[in-house]
Design a protein around this ligand. Structure first.
Ligand SMILES: O=C(O)CCC(=O)C(=O)O
Length: 257
């Protein structure tokens, strides 16, 4: 059985209204959306479609066999491929890169290992402010990302994680003291395969293909009972080689209530 990392940073191992956007152009030409309401009941009912389950997931037999006895659900890892358009991906990547440059300077140097010892060859910053793009990004995040969740959820500052081509993320559970029931990510630049393993039995696992432009939500049973990792060695998806190179993810965690 593999070791589970539980860290002391943010990694360690009702029916209120929410808002969903559908189609206004923001200042950068990005679609940030008009606002409509959905309930937190609708959030709880979100499901991966059969087509997404087929194309983006690989479940182990042990995962399927133990789901009801162990009480976890594959719908606690939701995948939305093509969540943003090509134009939006480029705009968001450029904004994230500018944010990284302001945090670390123009020379691109990756840190070999994070103090939490989970992430290798990476740069990471939290973003309470996005410089000149602040208004635009906050509107985008509110209307496109937070609108997927119930209104009463409160959010920590987003993080930008830049993983070099030879970077990787070891198995961990995000610190349950630091944040709430959601770890969500918007994936940019290159695809990655994320592996989730049950904390008590690493045979209970599934892999998820995260293409650039995908938004994923890891919540509740999967967020708490499964580790997640992105390994350098994991580069084959359904028999095809995945082009693992530099990847940026924009990460959202809710506040612990
Ligand atoms: O980059 C990602 O999508 C996941 C990042 C991650 O595992 C973390 O920040 O704890």
């Amino acid at each position: 059985m593999q070791a589970i990392r539980v860290q002391n940073s943010f990694r360690s191992l009702g029916f209120a209204k929410a808002r969903v956007g559908f189609g206004l152009k923001g200042r950068n030409g990005i679609t940030v959306g008009r606002v409509r309401s959905v309930s937190s009941n609708a959030y709880a009912s979100l499901r991966n479609s059969p087509a997404i389950l087929d194309s983006c997931f690989e479940l182990s037999t042990a995962f399927t066999d133990n789901a009801s006895s162990k009480g976890y659900s594959i719908n606690d890892f939701l995948v939305y491929p093509d969540f943003v358009t090509k134009e939006e991906k480029e705009t968001l990547t450029s904004i994230c890169e500018k944010k990284l440059r302001r945090s670390f300077g123009p020379k691109v140097e990756y840190f070999p290992i994070h103090p939490d010892s989970v992430i290798h060859q990476y740069r990471e910053c939290s973003a309470s402010h996005w410089g000149k793009q602040d208004e635009f990004m906050k509107e985008f995040i509110n209307k496109k990302i937070y609108s997927m969740f119930p209104d009463q959820m409160e959010w920590l500052d987003p993080h930008v994680l830049d993983l070099d081509g030879d970077g990787e993320i070891k198995a961990h559970v995000d610190n349950i003291e630091y944040s709430g029931s959601v770890v969500a990510g918007l994936c940019l630049l290159s695809p990655a395969i994320m592996t989730m393993r049950h904390k008590d039995d690493s045979n209970i696992r599934f892999d998820v293909l995260l293409e650039p432009g995908t938004f994923y939500i890891q919540r509740d049973t999967i967020r708490y009972s499964f580790t997640h990792e992105i390994r350098l060695s994991n580069t084959t998806w359904k028999g095809n080689e995945v082009d693992r190179s530099r990847r940026i993810s924009l990460l959202f965690r809710d506040k612990k209530i």
